[in-house]
Design a protein around this ligand. Structure first.
Ligand code: NPQ
Ligand code: MG
Length: 366
């Protein structure tokens, strides 16, 4: 497949409500989109890096720079999704930028061959259950109202963001109000240390599905020490950047569940490797989210349809984050989203909407 050029497009997407985590509050999503142009098709992808390097070291301006300066110039003359990964391998890190480039090439390639991303990856489901991630709130009553709203919309699983000072009380309140059958989990985004183990063990009575990334990104060994001190299953997000990291975490006993985000691990092929490895070892995986527009959301739904994704993901409907999505919105029905069936990621940006949110575009001729 010959690529004639690649467009880098920055868009600004206002969030329906501020989203607060242990590392900060977001009110607008600053997204880098890639459009790979070939004589026969265009491929789209979304880079999940944030404006600031708060979730991981990557950030949007850095991702755009590494793409234009190193990654795009290193593409093979006739790339496909497999050869892209190999060509980018010499460059260390920058997995979100690499993931976006590989995914855009893969989308173009699949649109040419007429195959859906879900079929390419080996998906076994045609719809996936929706979970929702709920930010840190100003008060418990506000939190309970928010949870009630999502349950009314049909969401199947609730994830509460936690941090020191906002952990036991919100979990207790949600459990008491919505009962023992609500699938409930928490995400600390690395806000604790191993010294907090006795405190985190106080979450045990609330029968959570899992606790996600309690300790720092590079604290695999400390997570392995923490895991046996909790009855709540330990899930890793930020710590797992590759299948090698997943193998290390599994052999250390650092987690029993993995949140797979294709951007964090360098793309959908690496995400599938982690799925395969986890499945072979009997670990559950689920598909995380990075406040994606419809472009990234569509691709995540394809991944979440693989057989090892046995827990609901952060694969919410478009309106969880955006009043107007850049694609046809994904709207949950009966608590599920459909896995796209069209060629590639199966969705396209709506040109007028895309233009309205576009901040800048840059064309790179190959
Ligand atoms: C997580 N996501 O699982 C993250 C982290 C996260 C859905 O909980 C802007 C862009 C704000 C990306 C906040 C969810 C973000 C972001 C949090 C990602 O850890
Ligand atoms: Mg997380």
């Amino acid at each position: 497949m010959k690529i004639t050029g690649i467009e880098l497009r920055r868009i600004a997407m206002p969030l329906v409500a501020p989203f607060r985590t242990s590392f900060g509050t977001e009110t607008e999503r600053d997204v880098l989109l890639l459009r790979v142009v070939t004589p026969d098709a265009e491929g789209w992808a979304e880079c999940v890096a944030m404006t600031d390097p708060l979730y991981s070291p990557e950030y949007v301006d850095g991702a755009a720079e590494v793409l234009r300066r190193f990654l795009i110039p290193a593409l093979p003359a006739h790339p496909d999704a497999h050869t892209v990964g190999r060509a980018l391998h010499p460059f260390k890190g920058h997995r979100m930028a690499k993931a976006a480039l590989e995914t855009a090439v893969l989308d173009a390639q699949l649109r040419v061959s007429g195959q859906s991303l879900a079929a390419f990856l080996g998906a076994s489901a045609d719809q996936v259950p929706c979970g929702v991630s709920i930010g840190i709130m100003n008060s418990i009553p506000e939190l309970l109202d928010t949870v009630q709203g999502y349950l009314t919309e049909g969401y199947r699983r609730i994830k509460l963001k936690i941090e020191p000072g906002w952990d036991l009380a919100p979990v207790r309140a949600v459990r008491e109000r919505f009962g023992p059958d609500l699938p409930l989990q928490v995400d600390a985004n690395a806000a604790y240390t191993l010294a907090d183990a006795p405190h985190l063990a106080r979450l045990d009575p609330y029968d959570l599905l899992l606790i996600e990334q309690p300790l720092a990104n590079d604290d695999l060994v400390q997570h392995a020490r923490l895991a046996p001190r909790l009855t709540t299953p330990l899930c890793l997000d930020e710590s797992i950047e590759s299948a090698e990291h997943a193998a290390a975490a599994i052999s250390l006993g650092a987690c029993s569940i993995i949140n797979i985000k294709p951007g964090r691990v360098g793309g959908y092929l690496e995400a599938r490797r982690i799925h395969d490895l986890a499945r072979a070892h009997g670990l559950a995986v689920w598909c995380g989210g990075m406040l994606e527009t419809g472009i990234g959301r569509a691709a995540n739904l394809a991944l979440a349809a693989l057989p090892g994704f046995t827990l609901p993901g952060d694969t919410s409907g478009s309106h969880r984050y955006y009043a107007t999505d850049i694609t046809e919105p994904f709207v949950p029905r009966d608590g599920h989203l459909p896995v796209p069936t069209g060629p590639g990621i199966g969705v396209d940006p709506v040109p007028d909407i895309l233009d309205e949110v576009t901040v800048s575009t840059e064309w790179i001729t190959l």
